[in-house]
Each structure stands twice: as structure tokens, then as C-alpha cells.
Design a protein around this ligand. Structure first.
Ligand code: HOZ
Length: 430
């Protein structure tokens, strides 16, 4: 496969955009080569400007459950866009999507829309702090909740990929209120609670972590977290920006029995349009302006085109519950195939699947937290990624990310991907 046009486009972009990209992880910093520049998507496939075609397992980092250019979602977007792109005033579409979300999530009585997951989480944290009148928050090493100041501490995703999980530019005065715990380790959370002089406003967790690779929280751990938060009057926030509508129709909450007090959602509810949302129990949401004193706002929040895309996608998902079974089976088939391909060349690999999310580590021990995740063989991952790309398979460009299956991906495509994995690993080992 040739990449000459993409390489030139990257060079050109680099002159005008820091690192040539608008989000660091896209720069292929942790894998070999430079990123293909995308011309278009169609169904399961991405096409780059050199004319290469890839089976897409990134899905715009999650939102495209129905693949690229789904006709129903496309029609909803076009029809809505024809009436105007933005009003900065209420529309019925917002209420319609809010109703769907409230009906799906037991933990959500009311929800507010924003334009990104970062914004959703930043706003949820402010609300939890305003509700409890406490400043300290607890987050977990390796979880990524967007790039707002309080949360860019030992963060996963691109922050981990580029080796600076905590960022310059974030005042220490702010991060002193962010207490760090270890994923799947309740004793470490208790230590944070003990260390907090004035009490913990909220614990925020990805109940299925997707930003240190795919690392699910254990049920017993989530239960213990719930009990601890109840004991201390602390708000438990599930960040389901990645897992919402992906792990199941109800996200992680369709899998665990533990109910959070608040939930954050993101790109997946926009089906590819920029959306985020945060919701929760009514007494918490009642503190939000204009009902309450905690301020939060956004001109493009609840944008009609984004709402229409989200509604179209959600209605399709609700109409056919077998979608999740089918996506889950495909994800399992893919990961079993990868594992066998790794075994064939005696390379250790551990895999994980939650609904349509999948992850794999080149590692011989199971991964429970960020320290375990960091032990994966990243040099091997980098080679594997490039070999797969050269064979038309588009995987997330970091071992600290998660893969996604769309309904457009067929069993034949999965088998083609597994064949590419055998070839790539065989080539690397020779
Ligand atoms: N945070 C996204 C999911 N891990 C990655 C996409 C990005 O940072 O651009």
C-alpha cells in the first residue's frame, strides 16, 4: 500500500497545526509511520486519500455503531440540517433525546446536553462539587475523562500514549483537589477518603475503562465503591463516554447491578456528531442553573443536527436488541482469532470484550489496572499496528485505546482481519 499523498498531507498539516493533528492520539506517535489522511467512510470501510481501503475498528473512537454513512442517520441529519444548523434556543429534539436517555438509565432523572465528553465530565464534576459543597474528587490512574484541568492527572488515552499523563499548564492549586486511586483496588480509594480533610465530593470512574486499553472494573469493586460513597455522602459518577450504548444499550449499567448517582455520556449519543451529556438523580440535577446555582452553559449545546443523529441511532438500537448480541459475538470471534494468531507464534496476548468493545494487550498477565496495562509490549504493538494497517486493517493507534465493532462489519471481514493478524505476527517473528 502506498501512503505518499497522506505523507505529504501530514507534512503540510504540520506546518499549520501543532503536531499536524487536532487531537494528539491521531498523530501515530506510539506506532510506526504517519497517519493516513481520510477521504471518506462507507459502511465498514475507511478510504484514505491514496485510495487505500481499511476495515475500520476505530469507528471515530466509538460513535459509529452502524458504521459510516448509515442511511437512516444520514437522512435524519440532512432533513434536520435543511431547517437550520443551530438556533441557540430550545428545540423539541432535545426533549426527545433526553426522554430516551432518562428511560434507559435508572440512574438518570434529568440530563443536560453539551458538545463533548470533556465538557460533560467537567460540568458533572462542578455540579457534584456544588451539590456536596466539597472540593476534593477521586479519580483512577489510567482513566481518562477528557482534558479539563482537574482530570488531567495520571490520565489514560492520548495522555498516556504520549507519556505525559499529567500536563504542564494545569495549576497544582487545582490538582491538589484530585486524589488518585488505583483501578480495581478499594483500599486505595479508602486511603483517598482518609486523606481528604474536608470530604470527597465525588468519585469518578469509567466502569469499563477504555482509555488504558479495555479494562473492566470488577463487580465486587464497583459494589464496594458504591458502599463507600453511600457511607460518606459522596457522589458516584460513572463516566460512560465510551461504554454508553457500546457495552450494552444501557452501557456498563446494563452489565453491572451498581447504580451511580450521575452519568456522563459523549460522542456515542451523537452517532458521529459532536455531543456530550451529563445526568443524574433529580436532587443533584436541580442544583444546575437555571433551576439551581451551579452555572453551566453552551451556545451549541443540544444542537439540533446532533440531536437528530443521536435520536436516529438510539431508535435503531432500541428497535433491535439482537444488535448487541451480534456485535458481541463478532468482537469475541475477533479476539479469539487474535489470541490464536498470537499463540501460533508464541507471543503472549490477553484479550477483553465488553459488548461491541474489544481490547488486547501483548502481555502474559491479566490487566486489572494502569500499572498492569503499562507493562504491555508497546514496541510489539507498534509493529503489529503497522503490519495490520498495511493489510487494510485500521486499528486504534495506541495500546491504551479500545477497538469497536460496527454492524457493518461482517464475519468475513473479521476472518480477513484474523488472517492479517496471523500474517503480521508471523512476519514480525521471522
Ligand atoms: N479520547 C478518545 C478515546 N480514547 C481518543 C480520541 C482522541 O483523544 O482524539
Amino acid at each position: 500500500m502506498g501512503y505518499a499523498k497522506s505523507e505529504a498531507a501530514y507534512e503540510e498539516a504540520y506546518r499549520y497545526i501543532p503536531g499536524g493533528v487536532d487531537s494528539p492520539v491521531r498523530a501515530f506517535g506510539a506506532v510506526e509511520g504517519t497517519p493516513p489522511f481520510i477521504e471518506r467512510g462507507e459502511g465498514a470501510y475507511l478510504y484514505d486519500i491514496d485510495g487505500n481501503r481499511y476495515i475500520d475498528y476505530v469507528q471515530s473512537w466509538g460513535p459509529l455503531i452502524f458504521g459510516h454513512c448509515d442511511p437512516d442517520i444520514e437522512a435524519a441529519v440532512i432533513e434536520t440540517a435543511k431547517k437550520g444548523l443551530s438556533f441557540g434556543a430550545p428545540t423539541e429534539l432535545e426533549t426527545a433525546l433526553a426522554k430516551e436517555i432518562v428511560s434507559l438509565f435508572d440512574s438518570v432523572d434529568k440530563v443536560r446536553f453539551v458538545s463533548s465528553g470533556t465538557e460533560a465530565v467537567m460540568s458533572a464534576i462542578r455540579l457534584a462539587r456544588g451539590f456536596t459543597q466539597r472540593d476534593d474528587i477521586v479519580k483512577f490512574e489510567g482513566c481518562y475523562h477528557g482534558h479539563s484541568d482537574s482530570l488531567l492527572v495520571q490520565a489514560g488515552s492520548g495522555a498516556a500514549t504520549f507519556g505525559n499523563p499529567s500536563s504542564p499548564g494545569v495549576p497544582a492549586d487545582l490538582t491538589k483537589h484530585t486524589l488518585l486511586a488505583r483501578y480495581n483496588d478499594i483500599e486505595s480509594v479508602k486511603r483517598c477518603f482518609d486523606a481528604s480533610e474536608k470530604g470527597v465530593a465525588c468519585v469518578i470512574i469509567e466502569p469499563i475503562a477504555g482509555n488504558m486499553g479495555l479494562v473492566p472494573a470488577e463487580e465486587s469493586f464497583l459494589k464496594a465503591l458504591r458502599e463507600l460513597c453511600d457511607e460518606y455522602g459522596t457522589v458516584l459518577i460513572f463516566d460512560e463516554v465510551m461504554s454508553g450504548f457500546r457495552a450494552s444499550l444501557k452501557g456498563a449499567q446494563g452489565i453491572t447491578s451498581v447504580k451511580p448517582d450521575m452519568v456522563t455520556l459523549g460522542k456515542v449519543i451523537g452517532a458521529g456528531m459532536p455531543v456530550g451529556a451529563f445526568g443524574g438523580r433529580k436532587e443533584i440535577m436541580a442544583k444546575l442553573s437555571p433551576e439551581g446555582p451551579v452555572y453551566q452553559a453552551g451556545t451549541l449545546s443540544g444542537n439540533p443536527v446532533a440531536m437528530a443523529a443521536g435520536l436516529a441511532s438510539l431508535r435503531k438500537l432500541k428497535a433491535d436488541p439482537s444488535i448487541y448480541v451480534m456485535l458481541g459475538e463478532k468482537a469475541k470471534r475477533l479476539m479469539e482469532g487474535f489470541k490464536k494468531a498470537a499463540e501460533a507464534v508464541e507471543v503472549p496476548m490477553v484479550t477483553e470484550v465488553r459488548g461491541s468493545m474489544f481490547g488486547f494487550f501483548f502481555s502474559d498477565k491479566s490487566v486489572k489496572n494502569f500499572d498492569d496495562a503499562k507493562e504491555n509490549d508497546q514496541a510489539l504493538f507498534a509493529k503489529f499496528h503497522r503490519g495490520m494497517l498495511d493489510r487494510g486493517i485500521y486499528l486504534a493507534c495506541s495500546s491504551f485505546e479500545t477497538g469497536f465493532i460496527s454492524t457493518a462489519i461482517s464475519d468475513e471481514m473479521i476472518d480477513e482481519t484474523i488472517k492479517a493478524a496471523y500474517e503480521t505476527l508471523g512476519e514480525i517473528r521471522n
